[in-house]
Design a protein around this ligand. Structure first.
Ligand code: GLU
Length: 274
Protein backbone atom coordinates (compact mmCIF):
# COMPACT_ATOMS: atom_id res chain seq x y z
CA UNK A 1 0.00 0.00 0.00
CA UNK A 2 1.42 3.31 -1.00
CA UNK A 3 -0.17 6.73 -0.76
CA UNK A 4 1.05 10.32 -1.12
CA UNK A 5 0.58 13.86 0.06
CA UNK A 6 0.93 16.18 -2.93
CA UNK A 7 0.98 19.87 -2.01
CA UNK A 8 1.70 22.66 -4.49
CA UNK A 9 4.34 25.12 -3.21
CA UNK A 10 2.26 28.20 -4.06
CA UNK A 11 1.91 29.41 -0.48
CA UNK A 12 2.41 28.36 3.13
CA UNK A 13 0.70 25.17 4.29
CA UNK A 14 -2.39 25.97 6.35
CA UNK A 15 -4.51 24.04 8.82
CA UNK A 16 -6.45 22.37 6.00
CA UNK A 17 -3.17 20.97 4.65
CA UNK A 18 -2.17 19.79 8.14
CA UNK A 19 -5.44 17.86 8.36
CA UNK A 20 -4.97 16.41 4.89
CA UNK A 21 -1.35 15.38 5.55
CA UNK A 22 -2.24 13.81 8.91
CA UNK A 23 -5.05 11.87 7.18
CA UNK A 24 -2.64 10.60 4.51
CA UNK A 25 -0.15 9.36 7.12
CA UNK A 26 -2.98 7.90 9.23
CA UNK A 27 -4.43 5.90 6.33
CA UNK A 28 -0.92 4.63 5.48
CA UNK A 29 -0.36 3.58 9.11
CA UNK A 30 -3.78 1.89 9.34
CA UNK A 31 -3.10 -0.16 6.22
CA UNK A 32 0.56 -0.87 6.98
CA UNK A 33 1.69 1.15 3.96
CA UNK A 34 3.98 4.03 3.08
CA UNK A 35 3.19 7.73 2.70
CA UNK A 36 5.22 9.59 0.08
CA UNK A 37 5.59 13.32 -0.37
CA UNK A 38 5.18 14.73 -3.88
CA UNK A 39 5.79 18.37 -4.71
CA UNK A 40 3.33 19.49 -7.39
CA UNK A 41 5.38 22.40 -8.67
CA UNK A 42 4.29 22.59 -12.30
CA UNK A 43 2.73 26.04 -12.14
CA UNK A 44 5.81 28.04 -13.10
CA UNK A 45 4.17 31.39 -12.36
CA UNK A 46 3.08 30.61 -8.79
CA UNK A 47 5.47 28.03 -7.29
CA UNK A 48 8.36 29.29 -5.14
CA UNK A 49 11.40 27.56 -3.67
CA UNK A 50 10.80 29.13 -0.25
CA UNK A 51 7.32 27.57 -0.07
CA UNK A 52 8.80 24.18 -0.91
CA UNK A 53 11.33 24.59 1.93
CA UNK A 54 8.47 25.58 4.25
CA UNK A 55 6.54 22.39 3.30
CA UNK A 56 9.47 20.22 4.45
CA UNK A 57 9.84 22.22 7.67
CA UNK A 58 6.15 22.31 8.57
CA UNK A 59 5.53 18.61 7.88
CA UNK A 60 8.69 17.70 9.81
CA UNK A 61 7.55 19.87 12.72
CA UNK A 62 4.21 18.00 12.69
CA UNK A 63 6.20 14.80 13.18
CA UNK A 64 5.66 13.34 9.69
CA UNK A 65 8.43 11.75 7.65
CA UNK A 66 8.68 10.34 4.16
CA UNK A 67 11.15 8.36 2.05
CA UNK A 68 13.76 10.23 0.01
CA UNK A 69 14.05 11.35 -2.68
CA UNK A 70 10.96 13.53 -2.84
CA UNK A 71 9.23 13.42 -6.22
CA UNK A 72 9.23 16.95 -7.65
CA UNK A 73 7.05 17.36 -10.73
CA UNK A 74 9.35 20.02 -12.19
CA UNK A 75 11.95 17.24 -12.62
CA UNK A 76 9.59 15.18 -14.79
CA UNK A 77 8.51 17.67 -17.45
CA UNK A 78 9.82 15.49 -20.30
CA UNK A 79 7.53 12.66 -19.15
CA UNK A 80 4.40 14.83 -19.25
CA UNK A 81 5.46 16.15 -22.68
CA UNK A 82 5.81 12.54 -23.88
CA UNK A 83 2.26 11.75 -22.77
CA UNK A 84 0.96 14.84 -24.58
CA UNK A 85 2.81 13.67 -27.68
CA UNK A 86 1.17 10.24 -27.47
CA UNK A 87 -2.29 11.76 -26.99
CA UNK A 88 -1.70 14.12 -29.93
CA UNK A 89 -0.67 11.19 -32.15
CA UNK A 90 -3.92 9.45 -31.23
CA UNK A 91 -5.82 12.56 -32.36
CA UNK A 92 -7.15 13.32 -28.88
CA UNK A 93 -5.71 16.81 -28.30
CA UNK A 94 -6.42 20.18 -29.85
CA UNK A 95 -4.94 23.64 -29.41
CA UNK A 96 -7.09 26.25 -27.69
CA UNK A 97 -6.55 29.99 -27.49
CA UNK A 98 -9.75 30.92 -25.64
CA UNK A 99 -9.55 33.31 -22.70
CA UNK A 100 -11.77 32.89 -19.64
CA UNK A 101 -13.83 35.81 -20.89
CA UNK A 102 -14.32 34.26 -24.35
CA UNK A 103 -15.35 30.96 -22.75
CA UNK A 104 -17.96 32.70 -20.59
CA UNK A 105 -19.21 34.74 -23.54
CA UNK A 106 -19.52 31.62 -25.70
CA UNK A 107 -22.33 30.50 -23.39
CA UNK A 108 -20.41 28.02 -21.25
CA UNK A 109 -22.55 26.40 -18.54
CA UNK A 110 -21.41 25.77 -14.95
CA UNK A 111 -20.08 22.27 -14.35
CA UNK A 112 -18.74 20.34 -11.36
CA UNK A 113 -15.61 22.46 -11.25
CA UNK A 114 -16.08 25.77 -13.03
CA UNK A 115 -17.44 26.39 -16.49
CA UNK A 116 -17.72 23.55 -18.98
CA UNK A 117 -15.67 24.45 -22.05
CA UNK A 118 -18.13 25.00 -24.92
CA UNK A 119 -15.83 23.48 -27.57
CA UNK A 120 -15.03 26.64 -29.51
CA UNK A 121 -11.57 25.39 -30.66
CA UNK A 122 -12.40 21.67 -30.83
CA UNK A 123 -12.08 21.43 -34.61
CA UNK A 124 -8.62 23.06 -34.70
CA UNK A 125 -5.93 20.59 -35.81
CA UNK A 126 -2.70 20.23 -33.83
CA UNK A 127 -0.79 21.29 -36.95
CA UNK A 128 -2.23 24.75 -36.39
CA UNK A 129 -1.14 25.03 -32.76
CA UNK A 130 0.41 28.42 -32.05
CA UNK A 131 2.98 29.17 -29.35
CA UNK A 132 1.10 29.99 -26.18
CA UNK A 133 -1.98 27.89 -27.01
CA UNK A 134 -3.37 25.61 -24.36
CA UNK A 135 -3.84 21.94 -25.29
CA UNK A 136 -7.18 20.38 -24.45
CA UNK A 137 -8.25 16.75 -24.40
CA UNK A 138 -11.19 16.05 -26.70
CA UNK A 139 -13.22 14.29 -24.02
CA UNK A 140 -15.77 12.59 -26.30
CA UNK A 141 -13.01 11.21 -28.49
CA UNK A 142 -11.01 10.20 -25.41
CA UNK A 143 -14.00 8.36 -23.94
CA UNK A 144 -14.45 6.50 -27.18
CA UNK A 145 -10.75 5.60 -27.34
CA UNK A 146 -10.72 4.53 -23.67
CA UNK A 147 -13.58 2.05 -24.09
CA UNK A 148 -15.60 0.84 -21.09
CA UNK A 149 -14.57 2.65 -17.93
CA UNK A 150 -13.74 0.63 -14.82
CA UNK A 151 -15.37 1.18 -11.45
CA UNK A 152 -13.11 2.50 -8.71
CA UNK A 153 -13.27 1.93 -4.97
CA UNK A 154 -13.73 4.87 -2.63
CA UNK A 155 -13.02 4.36 1.06
CA UNK A 156 -13.55 7.93 2.33
CA UNK A 157 -16.45 8.74 4.64
CA UNK A 158 -18.55 10.78 2.21
CA UNK A 159 -18.80 8.50 -0.82
CA UNK A 160 -17.72 5.05 0.42
CA UNK A 161 -18.45 2.34 -2.14
CA UNK A 162 -17.69 1.65 -5.79
CA UNK A 163 -18.29 4.19 -8.54
CA UNK A 164 -18.13 3.94 -12.30
CA UNK A 165 -17.67 7.22 -14.19
CA UNK A 166 -20.61 7.96 -16.48
CA UNK A 167 -19.44 9.24 -19.89
CA UNK A 168 -22.55 11.37 -20.46
CA UNK A 169 -22.16 13.03 -17.07
CA UNK A 170 -18.49 13.72 -17.74
CA UNK A 171 -19.32 15.37 -21.05
CA UNK A 172 -22.08 17.45 -19.45
CA UNK A 173 -20.30 18.48 -16.23
CA UNK A 174 -16.55 18.38 -16.97
CA UNK A 175 -16.02 18.98 -20.69
CA UNK A 176 -12.65 19.07 -22.46
CA UNK A 177 -9.95 19.60 -19.81
CA UNK A 178 -6.78 21.59 -20.36
CA UNK A 179 -3.78 19.24 -20.19
CA UNK A 180 -1.15 21.82 -21.13
CA UNK A 181 -1.66 25.35 -19.90
CA UNK A 182 -1.72 28.34 -22.17
CA UNK A 183 1.17 30.82 -22.29
CA UNK A 184 3.56 28.97 -19.95
CA UNK A 185 3.08 25.53 -21.56
CA UNK A 186 3.14 24.03 -18.05
CA UNK A 187 1.55 20.59 -17.71
CA UNK A 188 -1.85 20.80 -16.03
CA UNK A 189 -2.83 19.09 -12.79
CA UNK A 190 -5.22 16.67 -14.56
CA UNK A 191 -2.26 15.34 -16.56
CA UNK A 192 0.60 15.41 -14.04
CA UNK A 193 -1.39 14.01 -11.10
CA UNK A 194 -2.68 10.76 -12.65
CA UNK A 195 0.60 10.28 -14.52
CA UNK A 196 2.64 10.49 -11.31
CA UNK A 197 0.21 8.37 -9.31
CA UNK A 198 0.98 5.68 -11.90
CA UNK A 199 4.72 6.40 -12.09
CA UNK A 200 5.09 6.31 -8.30
CA UNK A 201 3.02 3.14 -7.91
CA UNK A 202 0.40 4.85 -5.75
CA UNK A 203 -2.21 2.28 -4.68
CA UNK A 204 -4.35 4.68 -2.58
CA UNK A 205 -4.99 8.33 -3.32
CA UNK A 206 -5.95 10.19 -0.15
CA UNK A 207 -7.02 13.81 -0.67
CA UNK A 208 -9.69 16.39 0.09
CA UNK A 209 -13.32 16.02 -0.95
CA UNK A 210 -12.93 19.12 -3.14
CA UNK A 211 -11.22 16.79 -5.65
CA UNK A 212 -13.98 14.16 -5.66
CA UNK A 213 -15.21 15.07 -9.14
CA UNK A 214 -11.67 15.29 -10.54
CA UNK A 215 -11.39 11.56 -9.84
CA UNK A 216 -13.93 10.71 -12.55
CA UNK A 217 -11.75 12.48 -15.10
CA UNK A 218 -8.59 10.90 -13.71
CA UNK A 219 -10.11 7.44 -14.20
CA UNK A 220 -10.74 8.32 -17.87
CA UNK A 221 -7.10 9.40 -18.29
CA UNK A 222 -5.80 6.31 -16.47
CA UNK A 223 -7.91 4.04 -18.69
CA UNK A 224 -6.87 5.88 -21.83
CA UNK A 225 -3.18 5.57 -20.93
CA UNK A 226 -3.32 2.02 -19.57
CA UNK A 227 -2.36 3.19 -16.07
CA UNK A 228 -3.72 1.38 -13.00
CA UNK A 229 -6.72 2.89 -11.22
CA UNK A 230 -5.86 3.28 -7.52
CA UNK A 231 -8.25 3.10 -4.59
CA UNK A 232 -9.46 6.57 -3.56
CA UNK A 233 -10.15 8.11 -0.19
CA UNK A 234 -11.56 11.64 -0.16
CA UNK A 235 -11.60 13.19 3.28
CA UNK A 236 -14.10 15.70 4.55
CA UNK A 237 -13.26 19.24 5.62
CA UNK A 238 -11.44 19.60 8.91
CA UNK A 239 -13.35 19.67 12.13
CA UNK A 240 -12.33 21.05 15.51
CA UNK A 241 -11.93 19.05 18.73
CA UNK A 242 -15.71 19.08 19.25
CA UNK A 243 -16.41 17.79 15.73
CA UNK A 244 -17.72 21.07 14.32
CA UNK A 245 -16.51 22.14 10.90
CA UNK A 246 -13.71 24.67 11.21
CA UNK A 247 -14.50 28.05 9.75
CA UNK A 248 -12.85 28.81 6.44
CA UNK A 249 -10.73 31.51 8.06
CA UNK A 250 -9.26 29.09 10.63
CA UNK A 251 -8.83 26.47 7.91
CA UNK A 252 -6.66 28.79 5.84
CA UNK A 253 -4.41 30.10 8.62
CA UNK A 254 -0.78 29.04 8.12
CA UNK A 255 0.64 26.22 10.26
CA UNK A 256 3.56 28.48 11.10
CA UNK A 257 1.26 31.17 12.45
CA UNK A 258 0.10 28.63 15.07
CA UNK A 259 3.75 27.68 15.71
CA UNK A 260 4.59 31.33 16.29
CA UNK A 261 1.67 31.53 18.74
CA UNK A 262 3.46 28.82 20.75
CA UNK A 263 1.30 25.81 19.86
CA UNK A 264 3.07 22.45 19.98
CA UNK A 265 2.69 19.85 17.22
CA UNK A 266 0.33 17.92 19.54
CA UNK A 267 -1.77 21.06 20.08
CA UNK A 268 -2.04 21.50 16.35
CA UNK A 269 -2.97 17.85 15.79
CA UNK A 270 -5.71 18.21 18.40
CA UNK A 271 -6.89 21.43 16.79
CA UNK A 272 -7.74 19.50 13.61
CA UNK A 273 -9.26 16.53 15.41
CA UNK A 274 -6.25 14.18 15.59
N1 GLU B 1 -1.50 19.65 -5.64
C1 GLU B 1 -2.88 19.29 -5.41
C2 GLU B 1 -3.46 20.17 -4.32
O1 GLU B 1 -2.69 20.71 -3.55
C3 GLU B 1 -2.91 17.84 -5.00
C4 GLU B 1 -4.21 17.17 -5.20
C5 GLU B 1 -4.12 15.65 -5.07
O2 GLU B 1 -3.76 15.17 -3.98
O3 GLU B 1 -4.39 14.98 -6.05
O4 GLU B 1 -4.66 20.34 -4.25
Amino acid sequence: MRTRFAPSPTGLLHLGHAFSALTVWQVAADLGGTALLRIEDTDSTRCRAEYETAIYEDLGWLGLDWPAPVWRQSEHLADYAATLERLALRGLLYPCSCSRKQIAEAGATPGWDGLVYPGTCRQRPMSEARPGDALRLNLSAALEAAGPLPAFTETGPLHAGTHRPDPAALIAHVGDPVLRRKETGDPAYHLACPQDDAAQGITHVVRGADLWHATFLHVVIQTLMGWPVPTYHHHDLIRDEGGARLAKIAHSRAIRAYREDGLTPDDLRARVGF
